[in-house]
Design a protein around this ligand. Structure first.
Ligand code: EPU
Length: 438
């Protein structure tokens, strides 16, 4: 049923006067990794500040099928990995969520084997798992592919040197977790430096892991030689992508938007780009609050050659919301996607709604602003625009809020994968919208 839900949004058009406070949830991209990491602990672990998003629910389902006992209360998940009896990751569920590949590392580390389906779908690029498999081989595992399944067994499981040819967030996290229980030292080079990795490693270390260098390109793991970690509480950091999404939205249409429970330190690149464009932003690091307003919107300047980049650069996950921002400023902006080869598909939807965007290549767009968005019902009655992925979905929601007239957006389940209570949070700021189920 949920899959058929749509969002109906009444555009604010000229009245760009949202106001209020939005409270940021725990980071789904941190919590998902901690859920996988729970496998390394000897007994139930409590994960706090876990957002209620569809991806979290999918991993709960996958881990439950493995035999883990999981309880959920408010934003706390309690996972008991000691009841796991099965190490074969469910084929169908894994196809819905790439983060499921991260379970393979901890399962391999603890049980010496796992099977995982070859990843399907190419929504935002091909997203292979070669870096994971190479890493497992470096640690002594054997990887056999048959019937679209990877069969991974530990063989002679030991530490090793792993050089990532490409910076990978999930690969870094997964190989660190795998090496945690290995025999001997593993050094990982050219690692991703995302705050979610630091969040994960600090927790593993409190449980007895010996990992240093998280947040830098080189991470060293002294394996415990099979000794499981002592259960300790985990707390997810604030979701910097959710916070950044509301920050960009607020820059366009909020008289005043207070973003609370965020970690400003993790949003430096976004704040810097928006401030340079003329957005008025007040950052209070101590209060974990950012206040943004559109007071200066008439004078916003274009974005010059923005490139998505691994942390601490401008995140690819905010590329789509930033493109919407560029449609509202005076002049020509250029945005280049460096991480994924196919993350601009939503541009055609923005163009249908009235944006002036030229795709230079699959990775490169030129945006001419300012333009006025038309709601989908103004384009033609009954028109529906789909959310294409989590972040493109948020971008279309932004365009619909800015638009003249009403819009209907389908595939809301994709937005639900990453944004907790999107409709409730937007309503709280004054957006007129409803979820409809047909
Ligand atoms: N890559 C490979 N081989 C691999 C692994 C990755 O070529 O074995 C490539 C990917 O295809 C991609 C690049 O390396 O082109 C970077 O991918 P990475 O592994 O860093 O991404 P990820 O770990 O799969 C996480 C987030 C994504 C976010 C990226 C980049 C989670 C669950 N997902 O994905 O978040 O875009 O890092 O920051 O943490 C989202 O939340 O909407 C989302 C897509």
């Amino acid at each position: 049923m949920e899959r058929q839900e749509k969002l109906k949004i009444n555009g604010l058009d000229a009245e760009r006067n949202l106001k209020g406070t939005v409270y940021i949830s725990g980071a789904k991209n941190a919590a998902l990794k901690a859920m996988a990491g729970a496998v390394l602990f000897d007994g139930p672990v409590e994960l706090h500040n876990v957002p209620d998003t569809a991806d979290v629910r999918t991993i709960v389902e996958i881990m439950t099928k493995l035999g883990a006992r999981i309880e959920s209360k408010d934003d706390v998940l309690t996972i008991d990995p000691n009841t796991i009896t099965n190490t074969d990751i469910d084929r169908k569920l894994a196809g819905n969520i790439r983060a499921s590949v991260m379970l393979t590392g901890p399962l391999l580390a603890r049980y010496g084997k796992t099977t995982f389906p070859a990843p399907g779908g190419c929504v935002i690029g091909c997203r292979p798992i070669d870096l994971f498999l190479n890493g497992y081989r470096k640690l002594g595992a054997s990887v056999v592919e048959h019937d679209e399944l990877f069969d991974i067994k530990d063989g002679n499981f030991h530490g090793g040197d792993i050089f990532f040819d490409k910076v990978t967030v999930g690969g870094t996290e997964t190989l660190v977790m795998t090496a945690t229980l290995a025999k001997g030292r593993t050094i990982l080079y050219n690692c991703a430096m995302e705050p979610e990795i630091v969040n994960l490693v600090e927790w593993l270390n409190r449980g007895g892991a010996k990992i240093s260098g998280a947040g830098t390109p080189t991470i060293t793991v002294d394996g415990t030689a099979g000794k499981l970690l002592k259960p300790v509480k985990y707390e997810a950091i604030p979701d910097r992508i959710e916070a950044g999404s509301y920050l960009i939205l607020g820059a366009l249409i909020a008289k005043e938007l207070e973003i609370k429970d965020c970690e400003p330190e993790h949003l430096r690149a976004v704040v810097s780009i928006l401030s340079d464009a003329g957005v008025k932003i007040n950052v209070d690091d101590k209060a974990k609050t950012i206040v943004v307003s559109n007071d200066n919107a008439k004078n916003y300047t274009p974005l010059n050659d923005i490139r998505t980049h691994e942390y601490p650069g401008f995140p690819t996950d905010l590329q789509a919301p930033l493109t919407v921002f560029a449609t509202q400023v005076n002049g020509k902006s250029a945005i280049f996607e460096t991480i994924y080869e196919n993350r601009f598909k939503y541009v055609q939807d923005l163009v249908a709604m009235g944006a002036n965007i030229r795709a230079i290549s699959e990775r490169d767009v030129e945006v001419n602003g300012p333009t006025t968005f038309k709601g989908t019902s103004e384009i033609f009655p009954g028109m529906i625009i789909p959310a294409r992925d989590i972040r493109a979905g948020f971008a279309i929601v932004m365009a619909a809020i800015l638009a003249h007239g009403e819009s209907t957006i389908s595939n809301v389940h994709l937005i639900d994968r990453g944004y907790e209570d999107l409709a409730g949070k937007l309503k709280g700021l004054g957006v007129e919208l409803e979820r409809i189920s047909n």
